[in-house]
Write a new protein. Sequence first.
Length: 302
Amino acid sequence: MNRKDIAMLPLAALLALGLAACELNTDKVKEAVGRKVEEKLTDYAAQAIDRLAQEAGLDTQTEADGKAETTIEPADGIEMPAPLADRKEQILHRTGYTASYNSDTRLPNWVAWQLTAEHTSGPHKRGGIDFAEDEDVPKPRATDNDYYRSGYDRGHLCPSADNKWSEAAQRESFLFTNICPQNHSLNAGDWNEMEQQCRRWADELGSIYIVSGPILYKGKHKTIGKNKVVVPEAFFKVVLCTKGTPKAIGFIYKNQPGNRPKGDYVNTIDEVERITGIDFFPALPDDIETKVEASADLADWM
C-alpha cells in the first residue's frame, strides 16, 4: 500500500459511515461515530506513513523542492563489522574503540571506533605512555621485545591522536592489541596523513565511523620476535559518514615505503570486503549498505 492509498483511508471510512448513518436516519450516531473514527484513522494513517517511510529509508520531512532526502539515524555500534567465522576472534571493548583480536597472528583482525568532532582533540597526549602487553588476551601475545630491532614500527590502528579526549582511552590505544608491525615510512608518512585527514573529516562532518586493520594475503607470512607476531602485507581503512546523504570510502596501503596522493589508495568498501573477508557496516539498512559500499569517490569527501 502506498502513501496515497493510506492517506485516503480516513476519507473512505467517513463516507462509509456517513452512508450507514443516513440509512439509519440518526444524526447523533453519524456525528459521534464519524468523529471518533476520523480521529482514530487519521492517527493510524499518519503512523503508517511514517513507518513505511522509515522502512524505505526516507525522511518524512521534505525539502522545498518536494524531494525527500535519504537519511539514517546513527545507531550504537554501527561501526562494528559482522562476526568472523573463518579465523580466531576475541572482541575487546575499550574506552575509545573496539578490537577483534586474533590469537593465531597476535594481531587485531580489525579495530573500529566512532570519531566525533569533540574527540579530535583534548588534553591527554601520548607523552610518557609506554606500549603494553594486553593481559586480556592469552599468551603467547605481542610484547615490546618482539618489536625491538625488528625493523618495524609499532603502528597504531586506532591512533593515539584520536584518543586525546580521555586518559583511559589514550592509555588503551597503546595496548598491543591495537598495534601492528608497520613500515616506518608508511607509519610516519601516508598512513599518518590519512589519520590526520580522518580527524579533519570528523571536525567538518561532526562524526564518522572508522574500521582499520591488517591485510594478510594467502601464503606464508613473515613474523617478528619470540612470540612470532605476523607482519601484515598491507593495511585497510574504511570510513562511513551517516550525516545527510550517507557515504563511505575505503583505502588500502601496502606495508612498504611510499609517498603517493590519497586517491591512489582509494577502493570501494566492496573491494576491501573482498580482499579482507570482513563484512563492514552490517547494521546499516540493506539498501543503504549496498549503495554506499559499491562506489568510492574521494571528491565527495574533499
